[in-house]
Design a protein around this ligand. Structure first.
Ligand code: C2E
Ligand code: MG
Ligand code: MG
Length: 744
């Protein structure tokens, strides 16, 4: 990095100094000066070379390109050195000389470098991009040839070698500029600083060469004049381009990338138009014609691309089996219906017992039947209605009017049509269906419409009534649940859930030993919701794993934060039924702890007794995985699950949490007291910790302490609270009265 800085500084200083030295009046007279022409000028050339090579060595990306550009500059620098040391002092300079050969070698290297850079970024991309670049390049070459090239080649005379060299410089210059501009067009790199500097450098080179040949032709060129400074500036620009690290540009078929080829195609047409009135040099005309040919090919390709795109868009919205719009196509129509202001009505048609057809007669017959159903439904639609297949045996009809009376009538007719027998692969089949109907209000969110039609359809299915209309009164509850699921999904995405932490204390001293994380949701309308109000919903809607990840992350963050504040308390997280069947759980926990640098002791997990019974084999595997990490696992709500005790023997658990329904009754019911006392004994005999939940009074606490319970949790000790309140609670914990030990 330091070397780059030094090179940048040296090349910029040398270029500025050299440019200043050629300004009129600075040097006595333009001409050879050993210091400026040999030392300073060559310094610029060698620094630019070094910058390119350094870039090639430092960065693997574009290594070949910068190595080639560096090699080109190397030839150029050697040529310049030979020229300034050997040729320039001569009174009669040979032309062309070995220096011209070295200078001309610069071009093929650099051109090859640019082509490689473009190739690396257009791997696998379409030929049209290359054509864009070609049009831009040829168009520019046409303009350049007309403006510069023609004047020069006709005005300089000499030997054949001299003429060839004279022609070679401007042809190469134009090719280089055209190639660089074309590359920028291909890569849409108009704002990429490295490419901008590179192009500016090549344009300056071309300008310097043109200026030089114009002066030579007019016999006014003197060494050490501003023309020489232009070459220095060009080298400086390219050198700087090598040091700029720009974000990796990949060729993109942006719509803007059409602008440049379009402009150059138009320019070429303009030039040919001018050619009708003024005689133009053949080279310029040739470039313009070539640019137009490329533009023609490009346009043909563009048209083909557009047709292919339209075709693939249509295919993406079409159901292959029936040729009807698919779910995606349907959603677009639904969105249009709500956005265009007139709303509409929606029929959701679901075939009854279609699975039986598939199972009994095979999928081919099932497919044929679906195809026939699609055809029959389409032929009986009313004016303006569209039919889509949403997937499986589900079809939807969208009607342009929001009036549900004709929608319902159409549903009845379609049902009657479906009930007529179908003949599929030689078999006569009878089909029945259930249809849900709903109106779609204009200007509303389209997605609830489908859910409402779904609810009505399920009511039709359950009642075997054929057609049902969505009814707020009847379907409202179910709808509210659906809406809540969506809101929960949003809350999970936006972070509207949070944790409260409830302390768990050790007995007999009541010192805090852990905290339990309990999830809460601040609902925008219903306010703060307790877990019981949304956890079952999350489980049914398949959102539980998202919720568990959310809670685990937040809990581990809290554990880490507490540790930072000096509280080395494990955080207990509750798991749900599906979590214990989820193979990703162990990896997620391990990763979460590792990322925060937490030891395994920082996390406890709680599993309700009934969950352990769901799928013993899978849960056992996952529990073993968690235990292998070193995480402690407690059985929550112990005593409520009516399950066999065998799991206490078999499963790798570390603690039991007696449910608060037992704690409640401890002092009022002897049998409960006996159960709790013997459970404490059982846990200890099995080497497990025992925790009592729901301790609400000092008496309960005293009883539990007296009966050897290890830990307690409950409102008497501390309610679930926000993390900041927990910190105050913890700070005061030392001053709180401890348990009263009561003799057994
Ligand atoms: P749980 O794991 O048995 O948590 C203890 C519940 O008892 C908490 O209710 C807590 O507020 C409450 N509680 C604690 N001490 C007392 C007390 O002295 N008296 C009374 N009456 N209640 C007390 P909460 O927070 O409503 O949680 C209910 C259940 O929801 C939890 O029971 C747990 O099974 C589940 N849950 C909570 N957070 C999560 C979570 O992040 N993920 C999962 N899967 N389940 C959670
Ligand atoms: Mg719990
Ligand atoms: Mg519990």
């Amino acid at each position: 990095m330091q070397a780059v800085g030094v090179l940048r500084g040296v090349v910029a200083t040398a270029t500025v100094a050299y440019t200043a030295s050629v300004l009129p009046g600075v040097r006595p007279a333009p001409g050879h000066s050993w210091f400026w022409e040999v030392v300073v000028y060559n310094l610029v050339a060698w620094c630019a070379t070094a910058m390119c090579i350094e870039r090639a060595v430092r960065q693997p990306r574009d290594r070949a390109t910068w190595a080639l550009v560096g090699a080109g500059f190397g030839c150029y620098a050697v040529g310049t050195l030979v020229f300034s040391v050997w040729l320039q002092p001569m009174t009669q300079m040979p032309y062309p000389s070995v220096c011209d050969l070295l200078w001309l070698l610069f071009y093929p290297f650099v051109l090859a470098g640019i082509v490689l850079a473009v190739r690396a970024r257009t791997m696998g991309s379409v030929a049209s991009m290359w054509l864009d670049g070609l049009i831009a390049g040829l168009g520019l070459a046409a303009v350049g040839a007309l403006v510069v090239f023609n004047r020069l080649t006709t005005s300089v005379e000499g030997s054949t070698a001299a003429i060839v060299v004279n022609i070679a410089y401007p042809v190469f210059d134009l090719s280089l500029v055209a190639c660089a501009v074309g590359a920028m067009a291909v890569l849409s790199a108009w704002r990429n600083p490295a490419w901008v500097l590179l192009c500016a450098g090549f344009v300056t080179f071309a300008a310097a060469d043109s200026w030089y040949f114009a002066q030579v032709a007019a016999d006014t060129y003197r060494s050490g004049s501003p023309v020489d400074a232009t070459w220095a500036v060009a080298m400086c620009l390219v050198g700087w381009a090598a040091t700029v690290t720009s974000p990796p540009a990949a060729a993109k078929a942006e719509s803007r990338s059409f602008v440049i080829p379009g402009v150059f195609a138009a320019v070429s047409i303009g030039l040919l138009g001018i050619g009708a009135f003024v005689e133009l040099p053949p080279l310029g005309t040739g470039f313009a014609l070539a640019a137009l040919t490329a533009a023609f090919v490009r346009t043909t390709m563009a048209v083909r691309e557009v047709i292919a795109l339209a075709d693939s868009r249509r295919q993406a919205r079409t159901d292959l089996l029936t040729g009807l719009p698919n779910r995606r196509g349907f959603y677009e129509q639904l969105e249009q219906a709500t956005q265009t202001g007139h709303g509409g009505a929606l029929l959701l048609i679901d075939l009854d017992r279609f699975k039986e057809v598939n199972d009994a007669l095979g999928h081919r017959t099932g497919d044929e039947l679906l195809h026939a159903v699609g055809q029959r439904l389409s032929t009986h639609l009313t004016q303006g209605a569209t039919l889509s297949r949403l997937g499986g045996d589900e079809f939807a009809v969208l009607l342009p009017s929001g009036d549900t009376t004709p929608a319902r009538a159409l549903a009845g007719r379609l049902l009657a049509e479906l009930q007529k027998p179908f003949t599929v692969v030689g078999i006569t089949l009878h089909v029945d269906a259930s249809i849900g109907v709903t109106s779609i209000a204009a200007g509303t969110d389209p997605s609830p419409a489908l859910a409402r039609a779904d609810l009505a359809m399920y009511r039709a299915k359950a009642a075997r009534s054929g057609v049902e209309l969505y009814d707020d009164e009847r379907d409202g509850d179910a709808w509210n649940r659906l809406a809540l699921v969506q809101e929960l999904r949003d809350a999970l995405a936006s972070g509207d859930l949070y944790l409260e932490l409830q302390p768990i204390v050790g007995l007999p001293g009541c010192a805090p030993v852990a905290v339990e994380a309990l999830v809460r949701w601040t609902h925008p309308i219903r306010g703060r919701l307790a877990p019981d109000e949304f956890l079952p919903l999350a489980e049914r809607a398949g959102l539980m794993w998202n919720l568990t990840q959310y809670v685990l992350d937040a809990a581990l963050d809290e554990a880490a934060a507490l540790r930072r504040d000096g509280w080395h308390l494990p955080v207990a997280v509750n798991l749900s039924a599906s979590d214990l069947l989820n193979a990703r759980l162990v990896g997620f926990v391990a990763d979460g702890m590792q990322r925060r640098g937490l030891p395994a002791t920082a996390l406890h997990l709680e599993i309700t007794e009934s969950l352990l019974m769901e799928d013993r084999d899978i849960s056992e595997g996952i529990l073993l995985g968690l235990r292998a990490l070193g995480v402690q696992v407690a059985v929550d709500d112990y005593g409520t699950g009516y399950s066999c005790l065998a799991y206490l023997r078999d499963l790798p658990i570390t603690a039991l949490k007696i449910d608060r329904s037992f704690t409640n009754q401890l002092l009022d019911d002897d049998r409960t007291a006996t159960i709790v006392a013997s459970t404490i004994g059982l846990a200890h005999d099995l080497g497990l910790h025992i925790v009592a939940e729901g301790v609400e009074t000092a008496e309960q606490l005293a009883w539990l302490t007296g009966h050897g319970c290890d830990r307690v949790q409950g409102y008497f000790l501390g309610r679930p609270m926000t993390p900041s309140l927990l910190r105050s609670w913890l700070a005061d914990a030392g001053s709180r009265p401890t348990a009263v030990v009561v003799a057994r």
